[in-house]
Design a protein around this ligand. Structure first.
Ligand code: ADP
Length: 867
């Protein structure tokens, strides 16, 4: 039957036509009964192989398991099936490895004896190789992932099933063999990152979005209480319904990186905010980094790109030379340099002394030098503080006040120069003494009972203490200020500083002042008493003329109280007629600072006006400015009254005298004529002499009358135009008749008429010539000269007589003034002639003056306006 099948040519054709490599081997020698083309191709042989034993046709199979397997199938009749078995075949003359999935099936005869073997084989070499490649790739990948410590995860979002590799599990704090559910994963996310992760996942598996997943978050290892940073990257895959069926990716532990970056960030922020300058430059001096403090110090904008600057921009030329010359060398050869250097602010050009530390920066791995770093501290505050401190120390040292510094027990640590001198404690001895040694017992008691408590409570105390001079034992009163000094950090009191002022000069000065004050008070009292006891009203005034003091006398006389009279109150009581002149005079004195004198009337208590002679003198400072006016008012009312009475009397007396004297003169002239006619010349001469005396009497009475007229303002003038020369000639000739001794020379240069009272002008000339004769008894010459002064005429009478001393020259024009002296008294007169003359000249608008040298003679001159 079976033989039939094999014999059946149809079977043979079937095999031939099969695309699957097929062959049939017969007998123990495995004669190739049938082998289709596919099998022949598989072996790499041709049809000549058919009819040959398999071992002959495909000898390369010899050392491979196939012949054994075939023999086994032949012997046992059990079909052998192999999957992807390897077979090395010689194809195209070279041995190649193939993989086959093949079957050795026993073909049995009627007795069940295996007569042939049916072999089908499928070449799966390609499949096997591909699979091998896949496995290799996978291995490689997993190795790579493993070595990179990358974990992989794979989530089925539909079923919430997750596949994790061990690394991934580790990252989330699970051991390798644990079964992990998605819920567990969520549970491992740091609470603060949960939301973020959820959102990222939601976004990744949202078909409308990109599906990319890239997130860094923290995981919490519950077992080990450990937090890790992981960086997860992944991608979602969507099915045709647009539902994510797979979401897979990697997870990397970035804890080290994050903390490293954090550390770096922290460090950078620390450096950035460091108050000291910090900068880094490459080996060519190009700046790479500069912190904020450095930027501020050197005038670089906080946001400026530092790469545009070079280190040389920030040195003064001198310092740059130093840096390039020695410092860079030192940095390179000694791995750094420290010292003081001046940097430069590029905006202000300020030079900034800095304590600088340069270091060489090396690559930590290769050791290659990659740059230079610098830290710099601005020394200006320090230098300033030092200088301030130095200054302070100097001030304290040279201070004239006692300054000391003790520890809390009172041991003296420091005593300045003035202090040493004040208490006679010098140099090393200072440290052997406590403050109790140089204060008196009572002061020490005060220190212990009050001062220390106060110092502890408020930190300071001031008051009076007494020191003891260590050499002389003198007790020195002082005013002391004490301060507690506290330790800067713990605020513990550590020392007591003291400053003291020697009170001796002050006390002495105060004593002196007290004494002087007492003296002054007495003086003021005395002066007030003196002022009040004065018969006069005494007052003082401010420089602007306001009265600030009036003595008690005022209250006896004034019509208003002293308080009201002060300032300018007193003027309200003045007689209205006197106000204009008085005010003008007072204002003139206030302005010029010249002494003030005036006569005016003030109303008294009874409402009557009284005359006052007021005089005031200014007290001036060094610059001549008036400080105060001192004035006195003398009551001259009685005097004024007497003057009035005298004037009245004179007027009446001279008027009453005039009539009898005129009669006497008339009788005398008659008598002289009678005596002469009767030839009695002796009596006629006597009566003639009498007439002369009557003339003198007449002239005296005339003078007195004139004075009363002047005083009462009743002197009259009759103006006419007349020949001045003629008048002078006439009078000169008349006066010449009265003297034999003198010759009156005339030098009359004026020869024009003038207008005026001829009689009165004549009276003046007579007066001057009579005086010249009278007061030059030993001289023999008198000169009269006139001068034309244009609008004025001047007449002078010069004598060579007794003269008038300088100080008396001005007074000769005053009423009743006569120069006193033994000599002068021998000349008769009333002292009225010059007074009357000067009044006449002044009233006529002219001036009168005298030049004289005592013992040499005088020249009296007057000028008169021609019109
Ligand atoms: P009397 O001559 O009547 O005394 P006067 O008024 O004429 O008064 O002169 C006043 C005073 O001036 C005189 O007393 C005299 O002392 C002085 N005196 C005037 N003229 C002269 C003079 N020519 N030489 C010196 N003294 C003179």
């Amino acid at each position: 039957m079976l033989t039939n099948i094999l014999e059946w040519s149809g079977f043979s054709s079937l095999v031939e036509a099969s695309p699957m490599p097929t062959a049939i081997y017969e007998g123990p020698d495995m004669i190739i009964k049938i082998a289709n083309q596919a099998m022949l191709d598989l072996w790499g042989k041709d049809a000549s192989s058919i009819g040959k034993p398999l071992s002959v046709a495909v000898p390369e199979l010899e050392n491979q398991p196939f012949f054994g397997l075939l023999a086994e199938v032949l012997k046992t009749g059990v079909t052998y099936q192999a999957k992807e078995d390897r077979a090395d075949l010689i194809v195209n003359g070279k041995i190649q490895t193939f993989y086959f999935t093949f079957t050795y099936k026993a073909i049995k005869d009627a007795e069940g004896k295996t007569v042939a073997i049916f072999n089908t084989a499928a070449d799966v070499t390609e499949l096997v190789n591909t699979r091998k490649q896949i496995i290799e790739t996978k291995d490689r990948l997993s190795f790579a992932l493993q070595s990179a410590e990358v974990g992989t995860w794979d989530l089925d979002p539909i079923n919430n099933h997750v596949v994790w590799d061990n690394r991934c599990k580790e990252l989330f704090g699970f051991s390798g063999d644990t079964e992990v559910l998605y819920a567990d994963v969520l549970n491992c996310i740091h609470p603060e990152d949960e939301d973020r992760v959820q959102q990222a996942v939601a976004k990744a598996i949202d078909p409308a979005k990109t599906g990319a997943y890239d997130i860094r978050y923290r995981t919490v290892d519950r077992n080990h209480q450990q937090i890790r940073w992981v960086h997860c990257k992944g991608k979602a895959y969507f099915n045709k319904d647009n539902v994510a069926y797979r979401f897979a990716g990697t997870a990397v532990d970035i804890t080290a990186e994050v903390s490293g970056r954090r550390r770096e960030q922290q460090l950078l922020s620390l450096v950035d905010h460091n108050i000291d300058h910090m900068s880094i430059a490459d080996m060519d001096g190009n700046l790479i980094y500069m912190n904020n403090a450095a930027r501020r110090m050197l005038g670089v904008d906080q946001n400026a790109d530092i790469a545009q600057y070079s280190a040389i921009d920030f040195y003064t030329p001198k310092e740059l030379a130093r840096v390039q010359g020695e410092i860079i060398h030192a940095i390179s050869h000694q791995s750094g340099w420290q010292g003081v250097i001046s940097l430069k602010n590029r905006l202000t050009d300020d030079h900034i002394p800095c304590q600088v530390n340069y270091i060489l920066i090396k690559d930590p791995v290769s050791g290659e030098v990659i740059g230079r770093g610098a830290t710099a501290r601005d020394l200006r505050p320090e230098l300033k503080a030092k200088a301030d401190l130095q200054r302070l120390a100097t001030i304290v040292e040279i201070s004239e006040d006692f300054c000391n510094y003790c520890d809390i027990q009172g041991n003296t640590i420091y005593l300045n120069r003035a202090g040493s001198k004040l208490i006679g404690l010098y140099n090393d001895d200072v440290h052997t003494k406590t403050l109790y040694d140089y204060h008196t017992t009572s002061s020490n008691q005060l220190i212990n009972e009050v001062v220390l408590d106060e110092l502890k409570r408020s930190g300071k105390w001031s008051g009076r203490l007494e020191l003891i001079h260590q050499e002389t034992g003198e007790i020195i009163p002082i005013h002391k200020q004490m301060f507690m000094i506290y330790e800067e950090i713990t605020n513990e009191p550590v020392a007591i500083a003291g400053i003291a002022r020697d009170l001796r000069p002050e006390i002495a000065a105060r004593r002196l002042i007290d004494e002087k004050n007492a003296e002054l008070n007495n003086l003021v009292k005395e002066l007030n008493f003196l002022a009040d006891s004065q018969p006069a009203v005494v007052w003082t005034s401010t420089p602007d003329g306001n009265l600030d003091y009036i003595n008690q006398r005022w209250s006896e006389r004034g019509s208003i109280p002293v308080e009201e009279a002060l300032g300018s109150g007193w003027t309200t009581t003045m007689h209205p007629d006197d106000v204009p002149v008085t005010v003008k005079t007072w204002e003139y004195s206030l302005e010029s600072g010249d002494p003030y004198q005036a006569e005016f009337r003030l109303k008294d208590k009874d409402g009557n006006y009284r005359w006052w002679l007021v005089r005031a003198l200014p007290l001036k400072d060094e610059d001549g400015n008036v400080i105060k006016w001192y004035g006195s008012n003398m009551d001259i009312s009685d005097q004024k009254e007497l003057e009035k009475q005298k004037d009245n009397f004179l007027a009446v007396a001279s008027h009453e005298l005039k009539t009898p004297v005129t009669s006497i003169k008339a009788y005398a002239q008659v008598m002289e004529t009678l005596f002469r006619r009767s030839g009695d010349t002796r009596n006629a001469d006597l009566v003639g002499k009498m007439d002369k005396q009557v003339n003198r009497l007449n002239s005296l009475i005339g003078d007195l009358l004139d004075v009363t007229k002047i005083n009462s303002g009743r002197m009259q003038f009759n103006h006419t135009t007349f020949d001045f020369n003629e008048l002078v000639e006439e009078i000169s000739e008349t006066i010449q008749l009265t003297t034999q001794k003198h010759i009156i020379h005339r030098e009359l240069k004026y020869n024009r008429p003038i207008t005026g009272d001829k009689e009165r002008i004549g009276q003046v000339i007579v007066n001057l010539l009579s005086n010249a004769v009278k007061y030059s008894p030993d001289a023999n010459r008198i000169v009269v000269y006139t001068e034309d002064q244009g609008s004025n005429v001047q007449l002078c009478v010069q004598d060579f007589g007794i003269g008038i001393s300088k100080e008396k020259q001005d007074k000769v024009f005053e009423q009743f003034y006569r120069v006193s002296g033994t000599r002068e008294h021998t000349f008769p007169g009333l002292g009225l002639g010059l007074y009357i003359s000067s009044e006449i000249v002044k009233r006529m608008g002219g001036e009168i003056s005298v030049k004289s040298v005592k013992g040499k003679g005088s020249t009296f001159c007057f000028t008169l306006p021609i019109e």
